[in-house]
Design a protein around this ligand. Structure first.
Ligand SMILES: C[S@@+](CC[C@H](N)C(=O)[O-])C[C@H]1O[C@@H](n2cnc3c(N)ncnc32)[C@H](O)[C@@H]1O
Length: 338
């Protein structure tokens, strides 16, 4: 439908993209979707419950409703819509924490410096915050929590898709490299009862993962190991999965991580990289905007199929398949080159 709008109107809508993103993020921060779970409410009622300014909240919700996130009825009551439901905290694959993170203060401060990244090719995050993004999250409790909660929330969304798209039953020991708090690995182990897991991340992050592994009832089948994936990864797995890891790093750094996996894996083992794959040409894809996020936050980027093939090749692996999932993420599978 938007294609039929006159170009200046469509362009203006696009230019206001940052505003719709921020407005949706504010409602995520205020848990508005949770408050609408049991029925429609006016902005006044919602403002009383959240302690904010009623008229301003109304304006934010009206703007969100104009793009289909919530809807407003004749009595000025707001309700959930299919686009608002993923903002429920307990929705399967909830995007609430992700929405809060992707529109928070340090995001907008970093995006304001996009021209710096375009000029220099360096992450604007480091310029704005004086350190790399991971160092910032590891040293700043509040930002670290927002980031890790978003990763777990995003993981909930993409993990369901990965678990349903790939048959892990032929893997006996799966190492999740940079597995964060372990949501993906726990989901895989919960579905595939024969698989043993190793959750590998920095020592501080894996120390926080135990609770989640217990909650999924997989702690007994899952080891946690702290370390640095540029140095080494735990040996003896026949599967090495990496979700949202490879897109964080430069080609040289990715090749180092992939080579470490190849060296550590048992004969006949495989690597499984979970990322968006950038389509060639003008095809629309969220990967092309996530790529700009990477440009500013880390040395990494989103890659095309050919670029993944080249990375795998340099690391001594052959890309065998790209398996699409019901999410924007694909599973890029590789085996040791024969
Ligand atoms: C973008 S998050 C992805 C987390 C998880 N795979 C997921 O999809 O939710 C990147 C992860 O890499 C971890 N990480 C970053 N540098 C690392 C390193 N040098 N060694 C081990 N883990 C590292 C971070 O702590 C973080 O958990």
């Amino acid at each position: 439908m938007t294609q039929e709008l006159p170009p200046p109107v469509l362009l203006m809508q696009m230019l206001f993209g940052f505003a719709s993103s921020r407005a949706i993020g504010v409602t995520a921060e205020l848990h508005i979707a949770d408050l609408l779970k049991d029925g429609a409410k006016t902005a006044d009622e919602l403002a009383r419950q959240t302690g904010v300014h009623a008229r301003s909240l109304y304006r934010v919700l009206r703007a969100c409703a104009s793009v289909g996130v919530y809807s407003e009825d004749n009595e000025k009551k707001f309700s959930l819509t299919p686009l608002a439901e993923p903002l429920l905290s307990n929705a399967q694959g909830s995007l609430r924490a992700f929405a809060e993170m992707i529109t928070c203060d340090w995001q907008f401060q970093t995006w304001a410096e996009l021209p710096y990244s375009v000029k220099t090719g360096k992450p604007s995050f480091d310029k704005v915050h004086g350190k790399s993004s991971f160092e910032y999250f590891w040293s700043n409790e509040k930002a670290g929590k927002v980031f890790n909660d978003a990763m777990t929330s995003n993981s909930a969304f993409s993990s369901v898709a990965v678990v349903n798209a790939y048959d892990f039953s032929s893997v006996s020991k799966l190492v999740d490299v940079g597995g964060g708090h372990g949501f993906l690995l726990a989901s895989i182990l919960a579905k595939f009862g024969n698989v043993k897991g190793v959750l590998y991340d920095t020592p501080a992050i894996v120390a926080e993962a135990e609770k989640l592994l217990h909650e999924h009832g997989v702690a007994e089948r899952c080891e946690t190991v702290g370390g640095d994936f540029f140095e080494s990864v735990p040996p003896g797995g026949d599967g090495y999965i990496m979700k949202h890891i490879i897109h964080d790093w430069s080609d040289e750094q990715c090749i180092a991580i992939l080579k470490n996996c190849r060296k550590a894996m048992k004969e006949g083992g495989r690597v499984l990289v979970v990322e968006m794959v950038v389509p060639e040409g003008n095809e629309p894809s969220p990967a092309k905007f996530l790529d700009l996020q990477m440009l500013q936050f880390l040395p990494g980027c989103e890659r095309t199929e050919k670029e993944y093939e080249a990375l795998f090749d340099e690391a001594g692996l052959s890309l065998t398949r790209i398996i699409p999932t019901m999410s924007p993420f694909s599973i890029i599978e590789g085996f040791t080159k024969q």
